[in-house]
Design a protein around this ligand. Sequence first.
Ligand code: GLA
Length: 761
Amino acid sequence: MIYEKNGVFHLEGNSISYIFMIDDAGHLEHLYFGPKLGETAGDSFRLKPGFGFGTSVEYLEGDPSSCLNDLPYEWSGFGYGDYRESPLEIEDSEGLVFTDLTYCSYKILLSKDAPNFELPHHDGSDEILQLKLADENAGIIMFLYYSVCGDVICRSSLLKNTGNRILYTRKMMSFCMDMLGDLEILTLNGGWIREAHIQKSEIGPTKQVIESLTGFSSNIHNPAFSIYERKATEDCGLVYGFNLIYSGNHYASVQKNASGINRIMQGISPHGLRWELKPGEYFESPECVLTVSNQGFNGMSGNMHRFINEHIVPKYWRKRPRPILFNSWEACMFDFNERKLIDLADRASKLGCELFVMDDGWFGERNDDTKGLGDYTVNLKKLPGGLRGLSGKVRNRNMKFGIWVEPEGVNPNSEIYREHPDWILSDGRNLPRLGRHEHLLDLTRSEVQDYIVEQVRSVIEESGAEYLKWDVNRNSPVTGNKAHQYILSLYSILKRIFADKPEVLLESCASGGNRFDLGMLCFSPQIWASDDTDPIERLDIQKGLSYFYPPSVMGCHVSASPHAQTLRSTPLETRANAAFFGCLGYELDLNHLSTIEIKQIREQIKFYKNYRLIFQYGIFTRTDIGTEGEQWQVSDDSDVILGRFRRISHAAPPYENIVIKHLDPEASYKVTSRINKIGVQKFGGMINYVSPVKLNPGGIVLHEAGKFLTVKDAAEEFTEKGAVLMQGFVPQNLFAGTGYDGRQRLVGDFGSELYLISKKA
Ligand code: GLA
């Protein structure tokens, strides 16, 4: 609900309120963003500035309480006494222009009457508040847009040149907001195969910036971040969340001034931006997403998850179960032919997979990553029956067919590059350096857009693909205007390809999570979270992403052990248990599976199919169990599935108490564990305490025996009241080397447990 009363604007969500007012000088003063309040004049939130400070500049001559630097705003200018960072910078032929945008009018638009935004927006609000601000001296007007969607506020801005000279936008944020408080910030940082690692720090007088300059939303700094009161935990305390519906260079900053006001802003990165605005022209910012919860980080995450599932991902895929896929990449890399793929498809189908994805290596001269990228003509040596032949055979095996493309990149050693060397994305003067032996195409050129649309559409049509993995594997060589135009062009290409094919499941990928953002999610319902499939590394990556993105949008696969990037050996059950908390897939050579592993995978897939909707769309929450493990759960009204993951085990382990959330206190629940099957070789030489014949702990007999002789671990089955389970239950004690009679949990390094908690009728 949005309404205005006596110059005070109220935005109310299910559980949140956002309030601001127009002050005497015509500026928008921020009053409140937090748990829902109902109607209030907002007076008690106003700061009482008194006489200002020595060096302050008075905005209204003779009024010492009008120092802009010490008041909280919804937007701010430059040149009139606010010395904090400004969300807007414009330039004319003489340099930077002072800006002072003051209130003119407002309208509450029905969403059908909203401006025709070029950038993707959420679709969950019936009304949009449009505020018009103007600065006649600068010759600009600014529209600020606010909408409410569940427990999320969306904000964006639109600048218009109303004067008669050319202006250049050097910087324009999507939103700016000032608020009081001793706050900290949580950000997601990393790099390739190390995406979305959490970092926390205090917000103080030194400005902190989250920025990407790679042309992508990036694996270095994800645009999502959270601000929270210091004492906040996963389940308690005030926590704010922010994200941007944009896939390119982004920027956010936080800083606290001497008056204790924190300024927060987010938008497109201003780096290199100089966007020409002729008289009458507009510049549009991406939409920003803001939320708040007084139920800790989990509360904030829940708001973001619901918003994405219900109002960001393409309509057709909302709440639709995502298929369990097999992907050929880690099994074959570039080395495959039809026979090999069909053999894998046979095996994947028997395991229960529903979708077979042929990854890189199927076209042109693409036998490694140095050649052929950009030439989407099928390699008939590998696939004599073409895409039609292969996809038909896959479908005969009762699976859908999916295919990989990387339409934005080209190898210099490719037909397309030889024909159109001028299509390469550059600054127009220099040939960029290569990344993974490739250049990006200049998506801003209409002939490049047509080429990509035509190529990708014909791949989908020829193969009848029900799924497309859209990859891109290098960073951009450009920044500023060109980088922004690139993203606008990418969105327009995606619209052209998929508008009439909503049922094709698009999985976006950029060397894993180099473009994991809300902009891409408006087109692709899921994103390949990381090229790192080691389950222990995934604990950090999936956990980080889970703060802002729901499990339904994360591609999570089980791969081989020892893992290709970490050389770490992990139990198959842990690999699956981690991948269950996302869109499950398998990506390993199925020829190398032992009989027991085949059986385990069949059971995993069967289990996941039974509970897929809870894993993908249930309420996801984290429980803090310290740095050496993770505890996640997903739940709906009747079931909870709880996963516990251990990084390192210790001798003489203490008792544990497993707390379950979101239960009905009065209801009775059956708790069962998904039993881990542990190969007997795990006991090493200790097996000789029970074996009738002496076995060599490093020998072939024990090694082979481990493939089919297993012990059942972490077996639990009991019934208990919800109220009790929410205080926790003590599972069997952990193995300590002093004896084993089947009643201890072995778990061990990189071990995990999965519990199903089902409400009894
Ligand atoms: C990227 C992707 C991988 C795979 C390869 C193929 O690295 O992230 O999943 O598709 O490209 O070259």
